[in-house]
Write a protein that binds this ligand. Sequence first.
Ligand code: MSP
Length: 697
Amino acid sequence: MKTFYVTTPIYYANSVPHLGHLYTMIVADTIARSKRQRGIETFFLTGTDEHGINIERAAQKNGRTPKEQADYVVSYFTKMTAAFGLDTPHGGYDIFMRTTNPFHYEGVSELWRRISKARTPKGREALYKGHYEGWFCAPCAEFKTEDEYAKPENAGEPPTCLIHETKLDRVSEESYFFRLSDYDTSLLELYESRPDFVRPEARRNEVRSFVAGGLQDLSVSRVRSSVSWGVPVPDDPDHTMYVWFEALTNYITAIGFGNQQQEQKIGFEKFWPALHLVGKDILRFHAVYWPAFLMAAGVEQPRAVVAHGMWVDPTGRKMSKTLGNTIELDVLNKFFRIDAIRYFCLREMVFGQDGRFGYENLIDRTNSDLASGLGNLSSRTLTMIHRYCDGRIPPGAISDEGRLAAKRAGVEDEVAISDFVSHARDEFARQFDQLAFSRALEEAWGVVARVDKMISDAKPWDLAKDPGQRQTLNAVLYRAAESLRWLAVMLYPVMPTSAEQIYQQLGMDDDAGKIDPRQLRWGGAAAGNEIREVAPLFPRIDKTKTMEEIKGQKSEAGDQTSAVSASVPAQGSGQHTTEAEAVPGVANYIDITDFAKIELRVGEVKTAERIPKADKLLLLTVDIGEEQPRQLLAGIAQYYEPETLIGRKIVVVANLKPRKLRGYESQGMLLAASVGDEGKPVLATFAEDVPNGARLK
Ligand code: MSP
């Protein structure tokens, strides 16, 4: 019996999930459904990572114990996974893994013990005790090397994490080390011998060069007095395991590694190795550290580690709680159909690359591809079968005498259309197996377009007026119905509910989720089958009205579970709604004294340059009529070449509290219009000549 095991990362239990987290679950769920559809026994894991300093801090901030904090987040997670149809009762995940499960403690202790007895490929002890001295980022749960942080402006201050833009913690304590430096050759051999082990190719190259550049030993424990919320090191309870060491191990403890009960219930032997789906930001842990731990413990390597890109907001910044620009799941769930969200996520993000998420894009795609595309094709076909064929699938065959009339009407020859649809099915499967979901969906929509065109050319509503055209009318509706049946089976993993609906409405009695698309044969929609009542699949969304309503929303979960408050104010349309916006129907006026608090001045750009490692920021100096030009940071680097700005007159908020970004102080803010879905900045400027420093009133 073939089996398959797919995992998402386990999510930190410090704050509630957002679109970035939902995305990997959708991808894993889609893969799992497709495997099950082909009759492969599949196990799908998701869950929460519940230990470590970050959870401890979130708990403290919210006045909870760490376990209460984790329970709170888990209850939100399970509520959301159910709402999105991703939990077990809806045919989604098989386990919601929690690292506070006692069986996880047992399994992870077993792995530690094995590694502590192991020798590296170079014959040394794999685990040793030493002293760690360095900087640690709590939100990343990672020690940072010099090129991974921004140095402080003032001596004595801690450096800042380049990802989270938060201060690092100084760590100086006794620690166990994993001798990672001895595993470089073995890891390189692994990547060489299994080219598909790390995907996509670009990520594999990155990982390879990271390892080829030389590895440092990894600190894998903290003293209990500094991090107590974790799994104790076996036989040395004054130490707790490094959270990543322990969290990665969940993939094997969940299915029975080091625990008899879990082994019997699920089966490590049965399901391991897994396909790990991860975001590119945590690839190193999965493609370097995890394989090295497994090598040391003598456990088989994962099937593959596949990294996807990040969802960024319309201004191009990664969506994250720390930055406060996330898409909240309860808002998403309230306004959009689950299948539309699933379709959008898989269609819009080219797997492996970053994708922009804005509600407006989601509405546009839902309206064009789903409401006007698949949904319309399905409802027009079924309605016409009801109307012209007494609600029964008509026969599709065309007699020799009828061929010419059918051809004239634009009805495709049966061989041509069935070849086209089978080819699309094969291509869909090929792209899907390479996780190129976006391209796979393009193939399917090629079928939607072709059948739609055939209907529009043949005009069944006209054919129905002429009894002599009955055969042609039947033929076009049969071809449309049969293509829809194929589409429903193909699309089931991506949009399970709607695919089942289409399938049922076509009068089919079996289950689209249990039909292997490779087994589809043209002609399976039997003539005479009674179709069922037609219900719309994807109602059109009124963009303006929905956008207004979304703006009036505030996430149900609010901010209370977030560990770190936003250190950078959000920009663009992806930002959290403010309290004022949360009261629908109330105009949120400010009075003139509020406006007078903002000092807007005319400025002239004197210098402009890019900042290393910050692809969105420009560093400007701007003359606003003061003795010295002001230094300003502006997130416009993707839209303006620095040289083109010199000499330009702009509008500056002059009394904004200075703040530091990437180690540079920004002494104000420039104003720009935010245009289009992407929130493209367009600088505010003047048509007439104005002196530097003039105040805008
Ligand atoms: N707890 C660790 C994972 C341990 S796995 C053994 C962790 N948790 S996380 O909650 O911070 O992130 C989990 C996943 O969510 C990562 O794969 C990360 O890439 C993904 N995402 C978080 N924000 C994201 C986007 N904006 N876009 C896409 N995925 C994102 O890391």
